[in-house]
Design a protein around this ligand. Structure first.
Ligand code: NAD
Length: 435
């Protein structure tokens, strides 16, 4: 143990685990990490973040140097001396939409025999009600504790979210265990803790993601009503968000929601409710309306290209599911690109961070190269650099001057002034520089 820190193990160092490990080291703890992926362990061992996330590289470098953060492929070395073991492994969608607990069960079986008596295993993965018990039974130890501590960080701002959380939720039936877990976060200062039972902790995570997805689907639907009736969604959203009962966050319309969490977590919540005998029709509707949004954007893009779908050349700007991350898992951009490819269009793409392969899409290192000969620019991720795109340079290499900006990020007036037909979600078509 360091002077004021605890010995912590982190099992699984993807987006959540790497951030948890580096931030726990920053909070003064002595952290060891393990992952079944040697590339992730190697990255941390050599002082680099295993994923692209603002500020994470610096923290990993600082604490591999301070020796408060180390990585090893030897699970025993990492776990056997740890008083707390965070499980941060994937919980993907199973075939029926419910959370697949295979990784969690496997990780629990692996760490079980190695734990020191009295250790607390803390589940940070997003898991359905009952999973604390699943972990306990896979550990197969009666001298250790299990607690739920769901994570709410957002990719792109993960370090900041971890270090300044809106709340820390701890689910345990034993007050003493909850207090020990809460103490790990003590040096964050004055933060809100929710100490609750494991089932409520697990539901807080799912309900939060389901609600955020709902808000996005709601504002996307209102944006369509604006388009149909002539309103401007940015004005409407601002007016709604000023109501203190509503608030301004998560009211930006877009191409549909996605990413590694919302799609699987909404499906898992529906499946969990189903299994308990409640038909969560409302959330099913939210999921369906998100599919409708992908389809609507793909159809609008094909229309704006102005030629038959099989002749259309569409340049997609942004593949990551949001700015600030290289993560393309369930990205709306990829969903929409897939639909365009399926319709027979030729799709090129640029993303400043992600070069993950997308079937049928040719990727370029710059927006201008992706745009060459295109009938339409289709902006799908809100990368800040897209606000500086040069409309004249792009128009000069394109076949047709048209842009569909689903993230309200480009300089719409500038594009219109250079002869582009400009369309943004919830605002209708702009062809005149003065509008
Ligand atoms: P990820 O895929 O980025 O990382 C998971 C890591 O676990 C991988 O590196 C994988 O190799 C490793 N792993 C799998 N099985 C293992 C085992 N038996 N032992 C050791 N390592 C193992 O996933 P993530 O995005 O970090 O998500 C992890 C969990 O956290 C999920 O349940 C997710 O829903 C939840 N979550 C994610 C986010 C997010 O923004 N990504 C936010 C909050 C919660």
């Amino acid at each position: 143990m360091t002077s004021n820190g605890e010995r912590i193990a982190v099992v699984g160092v993807g987006y959540v685990g790497a951030t948890t490990a580096a931030c726990m080291a920053e909070l003064g703890h002595d952290v060891g990490v393990f992952d079944i992926d040697p590339a992730k362990v190697d990255a941390i061992a050599s002082g680099r973040a295993p994923i692209f996330e603002a500020g994470l590289d610096e923290l990993v470098a600082r604490h591999t140097t301070s020796r408060r953060l180390r990585a090893s492929m030897d699970l025993n070395e990492i776990v056997s001396s740890a008083a707390f073991v965070f499980l941060c492994v994937p919980t993907p969608s199973g075939p029926d939409g419910s959370a697949d607990l295979t990784y969690l069960e496997e990780a629990s079986r692996m760490v079980g025999p190695l734990l020191m008596p009295g250790a607390v295993v803390i589940n940070k993965s997003t898991v359905p009600v009952g999973s604390t018990q699943v972990v306990a039974s896979q550990l197969n130890r009666d001298d250790v504790e299990v607690a739920s501590n769901p994570e709410f960080l957002r990719e792109g701002t993960a370090v900041r979210d971890f270090m300044a959380p809106d709340r820390v939720v701890i689910g345990s039936d034993r007050a003493e265990v909850a207090t020990r877990v809460a103490a790990l976060y003590e040096s964050l200062g004055d933060i809100d803790f929710v100490h609750t039972d494991p089932a409520s902790a697990e539901l807080i995570k799912y309900a939060s993601n389901a609600y955020l997805a709902t808000r996005l689907s709601f504002i996307n639907a209102v944006a369509e009503v604006c388009e149909a009736l002539g309103g401007d969604i940015s004005e409407v959203a601002r007016g709604i968000g000023l109501d203190s009962r509503i608030g301004p966050e998560f009211l930006n319309p877009g191409p549909g929601w996605g990413g590694s969490c919302f799609p699987k977590d909404t499906r898992a919540m529906v499946a969990m409710a189903d299994q308990a005998g409640f038909d969560f029709r409302f959330l099913r509707g939210v999921i369906e309306s998100n599919e409708q949004q992908f389809e609507l954007i793909a159809q609008r893009a094909l229309e704006m290209a102005g030629v038959a779908p099989t002749d259309a050349r569409i340049a997609v700007l942004g593949l990551a599911f949001k700015a600030g991350t290289d993560d393309v898992r369930n990205s709306p951009a990829v969903e929409i690109a897939n639909r365009l490819v399926a319709a027979g269009a030729t799709v090129t793409a640029h993303d400043p961070q992600s070069s993950a392969a997308v079937s049928g899409v040719v990727q370029f290192g710059s927006a201008i190269n992706a745009a060459a000969h295109a009938h339409l620019l289709l902006v799908l991720t809100e990368w800040p650099e897209y606000s500086d795109l040069d409309p004249e340079a792009l128009g000069a290499v394109m076949t047709n001057r048209a842009v569909l900006d689903t993230r309200d990020v480009i300089d719409a007036r500038g594009f219109a002034a250079h002869g582009f037909a400009v369309r943004q979600v919830g605002r209708g078509l702009r062809t005149n520089p003065t509008t």
